[in-house]
Design a protein around this ligand. Structure first.
Ligand SMILES: C[S@@+](CC[C@H](N)C(=O)[O-])C[C@H]1O[C@@H](n2cnc3c(N)ncnc32)[C@H](O)[C@@H]1O
Length: 388
């Protein structure tokens, strides 16, 4: 009967059947499952069989099954399922040493992550007492120094737009390498002050430097790609890339040359996008743990309108005293999707302080860092920030 069901082309039916079969932990069911594993070709069904085998009671047979099959099953999904069984039998030395063998053999990042998550869940963690910052703060000066005033994990969200490398007059970097090194120093501090498991969002886009002469080419820097590297090196992992899309009339015209000649290779499109790099502070627990710290339904966005895609269409904003400010709408979206009311939110390259102003309007507690005296004056005109 089970053979008929398992040869069904409909995987779902077979998976349901295996699930039911696996509830029974008698010896002959385990033998039957091992046989079915050998006879079946569907990955979904085999994965379910492995999962059901893992729930059986004869540990000796389970151990032999995994040892015999994990290295030659050829499908990582099945490897993960077998490794999961080893994790849940960590109280048995054989499974513990098998875990080590499997990790060494596959050297696979998902397996390492599974192990780290399992170990985290099965270790007692003492609750850290973190002083809550209760009022808005402005830190004046170089953020690689001023961020040191913030204690570990006092911040729940970071959103910032770093200075452009050589694109504007406030740039002071002698080379792209030194620019990236300085950005990394700031990110390392950001990692320290951000609460475990929370988000950092960096707004960047490629930039171009002027040609040093007509006989030389201008250089275009893929800043968003290079930020990926320094974000990862600082301890964050990639979650999403949100594309901020601007109207074409609002960006510099690059396509003019091609428009006139229509010559291949001379094509340079108008760039109407910027990236919002969404990363999370690396931890060995799920996001649910971060969410469950807040009361149920707290901070729920009850607006009918929300963004369903990673493309956000927002007009840029100009400011008479700052060359590159955030539009309020961009800050509103980031705060809505990535923070709760009363959270402490940081912009370490604050400029005119747009993010801080919007954060205050939305009931968050901003920390702003800025080193340029005239921009600091603009920030101060908006609100009476405190210091640490
Ligand atoms: C792109 S602007 C940010 C503009 C901002 N999003 C706004 O809405 O006004 C970057 C800012 O970072 C500041 N900055 C650059 N390096 C800094 C550093 N090491 N510490 C603090 N501020 C810095 C610059 O003075 C500049 O105002």
């Amino acid at each position: 009967m089970e053979k008929d069901l398992l040869s069904f082309s409909n995987d779902k039916l077979s998976v349901d059947f295996i699930k039911k079969l696996g509830v029974d932990t008698s010896e002959d069911i385990l033998d039957k499952l091992i046989l079915l594993y050998a006879e079946n070709n569907s990955i979904n069904v085999r994965r379910e069989i492995v999962s059901s085998i893992g729930r059986q009671s004869n540990k000796d047979k389970i151990y032999i099954f995994i040892k015999d099959n994990i290295y030659n099953c050829g499908i990582m999904e099945l490897v993960y399922q077998m490794f999961r069984t080893c994790l849940y039998n960590s109280n048995d030395d054989r499974f513990l040493s098998l875990q080590r063998e499997i990790l060494e053999y596959f050297d696979n990042e998902i397996l390492y992550k599974m192990k780290a998550y399992y170990d985290y869940r099965h270790t007692t963690h003492s609750k850290k007492n973190i002083d809550k910052i209760k009022y808005p703060i402005l830190l004046e000066g170089d953020n690689t120094k001023t961020l040191k005033k913030i204690k570990d994990q006092q911040v729940q969200l970071i959103f910032s737009s770093p200075p452009y490398y050589n694109a504007r007059d406030y740039s002071v970097y002698t080379s792209y390498k030194s620019y990236m090194n300085m950005m990394k120093q700031t990110l390392v501090e950001c990692y320290r002050v951000l609460e475990d498991g929370r988000f950092i969002i960096i707004n960047v886009s490629p930039i171009i430097t002027k040609r040093p002469g007509r006989e030389f080419e201008s250089t275009r820097y893929p800043i968003h790609f290079d930020f990926h590297k320094i974000l990862e090196e600082s301890g964050f992992y990639f979650v999403d890339e949100i594309i901020w899309i601007k109207p074409e009339y609002s960006v510099p015209n690059r396509v003019g040359g091609y428009h006139q000649t229509r010559q291949p290779l001379s094509y340079k499109p108008n760039c109407i996008t910027e990236s919002l790099l969404v990363y999370r502070k690396k931890v060995d627990f799920l996001l649910d743990k971060n969410i469950s710290k807040y009361p149920k339904k707290f901070g729920i966005n009850d607006s009918e309108k929300y963004d369903t895609t990673n493309c956000w269409y927002i007009n840029p904003k100009s400011h008479k005293e700052h060359p590159a400010v955030f539009p309020d709408e961009l800050c509103e979206k980031v705060l809505t999707y990535y923070s709760f009311p009363n959270d402490v939110v940081l912009d370490m390259f604050a400029g005119s302080g747009t993010f801080g102003r919007v954060a205050l309007q939305m009931g968050r507690i901003p920390i702003l860092c800025e080193q340029n005296k005239s921009y600091i004056e603009i920030i101060k005109q908006g609100y009476n920030y405190g210091n640490i």
